[in-house]
Design a protein around this ligand. Structure first.
Ligand code: ARG
Length: 257
């Protein structure tokens, strides 16, 4: 009896220690094989996530299908671009494949108050040349204040770089990051405004969106609560990612749908 109990305790302790060694390297962004703390994801599971590409197919931003022919993205992704030079790719996990649909863009609406990402209003709506037969993601509304509570574990998705200044991911990647409080984000960034932005990231960094993920979704509670906008580097401790806050822009965006 005593021997069995002793064995049980030993095996519990050994597996607990193994757990520590197993988990620690994965938590280190430097050895993470993908994004800044991300893992592979499939557009089959997130059918509303899309990427923006040039006419030659080169991916430069993300976006979210919010209506069969409408995509929400970041203003800084598309300001100054012509619709004719812009494509939206839907249902393609692997950028080197030909899966899914490539839609043309017929109209680009940029929030009229947008100047630079750090000043807010970093939202835009693209109109597609076709209806995409796919699930869409609802926009957060001004009533959705609970979705923005600090600590909520929000989903980020994108094909952007896997480290600051690194190269872009071939595949769609995803991760979860906790929303930060307004005070935390304001102390990191003087430009932070809770009327136009929301921040997300772990205090120690390690998981974040990065270049090329801009315009893509920040999701919580089954709604689009943010669009990837800016940050200092990527995944740095003390510098969360900054996202355009969708709820305050619900009515101007909805007017475009
Ligand atoms: N501005 C970048 C883009 O255009 C997004 C940067 C996000 N940065 C961050 N630390 N979360 O793709």
């Amino acid at each position: 009896m005593a021997k069995t109990l002793h064995r049980l305790i030993v095996s519990v302790v050994v597996s607990a220690l193994a757990g520590i060694f197993f988990v620690a390297p994965a938590a280190n962004a430097d050895v993470s094989p993908m994004i800044v703390g991300g893992t592979r994801a499939s557009t089959a599971d997130y059918p509303w996530v899309v990427y923006l590409a040039s006419t030659s197919g080169s991916q430069f931003c993300g976006g979210t299908l919010v209506k069969a022919n409408k995509v929400v993205t970041a203003a800084h992704c598309v300001k100054g671009r012509t619709p004719a030079s812009t494509r939206v790719v839907h249902g393609r996990d692997d950028k080197q494949s030909t899966a899914g649909t490539v839609a043309s863009v017929t109209k680009i609406w940029v929030h009229p108050s947008y100047t630079t990402a750090t000043a807010g209003y970093d939202v835009a709506v693209l109109t597609l040349d076709r209806n995409i037969n796919s699930a869409t993601l609802p926009l957060a509304t001004p009533a959705d204040t609970a979705l923005y509570a600090a600590g909520n574990s929000a989903l980020i998705l994108g094909w952007g770089t896997t480290s600051s200044g690194g190269s872009a991911s071939r595949y769609l990647l995803k991760a979860n990051v906790p929303l930060t409080s307004d005070a935390t984000c304001k102390s990191a960034y003087s430009q932070y405004s809770n009327t136009s932005m929301v921040c997300a990231g772990f205090p120690q960094g390690g998981v974040d969106t990065c270049q090329g993920d801009s315009g893509g979704p920040l999701v919580f509670g089954g709604k689009l609560i943010g669009d990837t906008s800016w940050g200092r580097g990527c995944a740095a401790a003390g510098y969360p990612g900054v996202y355009g806050r969708i709820a305050p822009y619900n009515s101007v965006i909805s007017a475009q749908l």
